[in-house]
Design a protein around this ligand. Structure first.
Ligand SMILES: *Cc1c(COP(=O)(O)O)cnc(C)c1O
Length: 372
């Protein structure tokens, strides 16, 4: 196994404890573990968080919810993307709480719940300005008037999502928070017992106290990344994911040699080239061609030429004593050097979220925990 994603469960614990530290004692935590916990492996991450007392999980779809239940994880779980009508029976049988944002689904779910003789909990999703999923803000009150007649549903929560909390708590975030508060007020006035109102993602929970409400929904910060540099002063997180490989070939080439597809790199001097079995099929983006760096023997080395499907080349001319099979760190720490997900994301023209999903989704994972 040359390529491996290592998941540091101690770092996950540390980050979860940072979430706890940032919110008032009574506030609940819904750990967002959608997309296989941002590539970190949903079941292992979930088990760890259960042992820390997490209150809720947020998963993407029903399938992820079922994976949790099959793993005997019975923590309350919200299906953030909502469900199709056909999925109602599975939701009911497995005690999953779907996000609901349309009446047809609500009706169908209520019918099925009635047949099963249960009261189904749901979390209603409203769109306060993200422009993505959710009941449009001006339709919230009419929606609740209709949902009142669906006796087998219990609207346990109301939630919404912020589009720009990584930028600031003012401006558009404030506008969304105000809209959310107004919606809560008008729904409470209609006699609904909303127990969990939630809107805060990592950025909001770190910097906007006003966004905490009854529950917060951290995702990226659990995995050790901040949604913006400006938040560094508020919290110290530990990266959970490391991505490692090994050198498969080393060769010395003369000046004027071209490296990789398209000859986008030509050596200027005699160079020593290390070939590493990582490419875009491993989630290591092609946009890192001629830009990315990897750690070899505790030193930063440049990627030369195009990143291929399964291979890339690094310049080790200035790194002494490197041998075939030596470890290469593409994300994470080696000796005194570190390559952060933010650095890779910036060079690849994307965000840390995408890097984690790509690397974690494509490579074998191992889990590490030190006794503390
Ligand atoms: C992904 C997601 C989150 C978590 O956002 P982070 O920025 O990763 O903290 C919270 N809520 C919803 C609805 C999401 O889709």
């Amino acid at each position: 196994m040359l390529n491996v994603v290592e998941i540091d469960l101690n770092a996950l614990r540390h980050n979860y404890n940072q979430v706890r530290r940032l919110i008032p004692p009574g506030t609940k935590i819904m750990a967002v573990i959608k997309s296989d916990a941002y590539g970190h492996g949903m079941v292992r991450v979930a088990r760890e968080l259960v042992s820390l007392g997490v209150d809720f999980f947020g998963v993407g779809d029903v399938n992820e919810g079922l994976v949790l239940r099959r793993a005997k994880i019975f923590t309350p779980t919200v299906i953030l993307l909502g469900i199709t009508e056909g999925e109602c029976p599975e939701v009911i049988q497995n005690d999953l709480f779907p996000a609901v944002y349309d009446l047809n689904t609500a009706q169908k779910l209520s019918e099925e719940a009635q047949k099963a003789g249960i009261i189904q909990k749901i979390h209603l999703k409203i769109d306060t300005g993200m422009g993505r999923l959710g009941i449009p803000i001006n339709e919230v009150v009419p929606f609740f008037s209709k949902i009142r007649s669906l006796k087998s549903l219990d609207v346990e929560g109301l939630f919404s999502h912020l589009s720009s909390a990584n930028e600031s708590c003012d401006g558009y975030t404030q506008f969304q928070l105000d809209a959310f508060k107004k919606a809560i007020d008008s729904i409470r006035k209609m006699g609904f017992n909303l127990r969990y109102n939630h809107i805060a993602n990592s950025a909001a929970l770190i910097q906007c106290k006003e966004s905490h409400f009854d529950m917060v929904r951290p995702g990226i910060m659990l995995y050790g990344s901040l949604p913006s540099r400006a938040l560094e002063k508020n919290v110290t997180l530990k990266p959970v994911m490391t991505f490692k490989s090994r050198i498969v070939q080393i060769k010395t080439v003369p000046p004027n040699s071209s490296i990789s597809y398209g000859r986008t790199y030509i050596t200027e001097r005699e160079s020593i080239i290390a070939t590493i079995p990582v490419g875009y099929d491993n989630g290591y983006m092609r946009s890192l061609s001629n830009k990315g760096e990897v750690l070899i023997a505790g030193k930063r080395t440049r990627i030369l030429g195009a990143v291929c499907m399964n291979l890339l080349m690094a310049d080790i001319t200035d790194v002494p004593d490197v041998q075939v099979n030596d470890e290469v760190v593409l994300l994470g720490r080696q000796a005194d050097e570190v390559i952060t997900c933010e650095e890779i994301a910036e060079k690849a023209g994307t965000i840390s979220y995408e890097i984690y999903c790509a690397l974690g989704g494509k490579n074998q994972k191992i889990y590490k925990r030190n006794l503390d």
